[in-house]
Write a protein that binds this ligand. Structure first.
Ligand SMILES: [Zn+2]
Length: 416
């Protein structure tokens, strides 16, 4: 068998792995059964270690808390290792993907019952990101069946809580990890994303002066304050977008860093000015700004754009703060992965990710050169049509198997 044979040879094993995993509704905070499944299966291809989580994670400045009160005691991530024979002088390669999924979408039929039709698998997590875990499993299984002996180590982080802001990856990064490159697996249509935008999730709490609708002039509606904040932040976003033009790979997109207002809660009666409103949303950011700069500029925009009441009656909180990440597209991780894509018949297009993900933890905080790559399409992620094609998983697995051999077999100069 050669790597090209992987596409057909492992089809049924890939399908089984993916469908088993989709059947486990691993919402954030409830991933244990999925993690245990992955633990059993990845033990077939490497050494698997449980990495326990602890509640002290909540104290970390990069901890994300859009879902309050998640409990960490008794939960764990996985670290898989396929040891190379060459020791630490050989190049190692780290992979990461996540086992949690977002809740079912409105109108999504049977989200946790995988449906397979002519190789197309539907269900929650099919591409985001259980199909990614299936790809890694398939690639490592192929190398094992082919009897490939690597010089450098292959490591895999299988984590929880990516969807709420990357707390599982944060826990892995805080315990330290060394590798010469990282491929973070998310659905990219097999494009190599060497630049990834950042994001902040914000919550604005507004306090009005409540009262009867007949007392016009004496009341301040917190709901109207929220509408004003939406206007102010949209104007800020327009300025930020204008200042973020000309950045390579991002500039092909009309709006690579959108602002989205996702939640507004206010009021309890049509004829009463509400006392309180809570507005939540997400703002993207490109590498020309840090997350802290954007957070401060948002606060300033509200202070400068609001009237006296608004200026004194709002709080701005951040539940999620990710910086952007940039890797030079001429880095051997990018060019080597691109060459492997082309050998398998994919284009290996290098592009930017206009969503935020966990890659910046590795690239920016651990200084491990990182890209995002994977089968399936982001346009189906989080949707009621979530899906992935088994052929795309097989293609990605073949690309990764080739790349692992290319990267980890080489000895000598580690940082070429
Ligand atoms: Zn997702």
């Amino acid at each position: 068998m050669t790597i090209s044979d992987i596409r057909s040879a492992l089809h049924s094993e890939t399908e089984q792995f993916l469908c088993d995993l989709i059947r486990i509704p691993s919402l954030p905070g409830q991933e244990s059964e999925a993690v245990e499944y992955a633990e059993r299966r990845f033990a077939e291809v490497g050494e698997v270690e449980r990495i326990p989580l602890s509640n002290s994670l909540r104290q970390d400045p990069d901890y994300s808390d859009p879902v309050p009160d998640l409990e960490y005691q008794g939960r764990f991530n996985l670290r898989v290792r396929v040891s190379g024979a060459g020791g630490s002088t050989c190049r190692s390669l780290l992979f990461n993907t996540h086992l949690d999924v977002v809740p079912a979408s409105q109108g999504q039929p049977r989200p946790f019952e995988p449906q397979v039709e002519a190789g197309l698998v539907r269900g929650r997590g099919a591409c985001d990101a259980k199909g990614q875990a299936a790809t890694l499993f398939t690639a490592l299984l192929a190398l094992k069946r082919l009897g490939v002996k690597l010089n450098g180590d292959v490591l895999v982080h299988l984590v929880v809580e990516e969807e709420v802001g990357g707390n599982g990856t944060l826990a892995m990064v805080r315990r330290g990890e060394q590798a010469d490159a990282c491929i973070l697996m998310e659905p990219t249509d097999l494009r190599i994303l060497s630049s990834v935008r950042g994001a902040v999730w914000f919550r604005v709490i507004l306090t009005g002066k409540p009262g009867h609708s007949g007392r016009a002039g004496d009341t301040v509606s917190a709901l109207k304050m929220a509408v004003r904040v939406i206007e102010i932040l949209e104007q800020y976003h327009a300025r930020l977008l204008a200042a973020s033009r000309g950045i390579p790979l991002f500039d092909q997109f009309p709006n690579p860093m959108p602002i989205t207002f996702g939640k507004l809660a206010a009021g309890d009666w049509p004829a009463t000015a509400p006392a309180r409103a809570v507005l939540e949303g997400v703002l993207g950011l490109l590498p020309n700004k840090t997350r802290y700069q954007v957070m401060e500029e948002m606060r300033q925009a509200i202070l400068e754009g609001g009237d006296e009441w608004l200026r004194e009656h709002f709080t701005l909180e951040f539940m999620y703060r990710h910086d952007a990440h940039v890797l030079d597209p001429t880095h051997p991780l990018v060019t080597g992965l691109q060459a492997c894509c082309r050998q398998i018949g994919a284009t290996g297009e290098v592009s930017a990710m206009t969503a935020s993900c966990d890659s910046w933890f590795y690239n920016n905080q651990l200084r491990i050169p990182s890209v995002v790559f994977g089968p399936g399409s982001l346009r189906f992620a989080h949707s009621n049509e979530e899906q992935i094609h088994l052929d795309d998983i097989a293609t990605a697995a073949a690309i990764l198997a080739r790349f692992i051999i290319h990267w980890c077999e080489q000895t000598g100069d580690k940082h070429e």
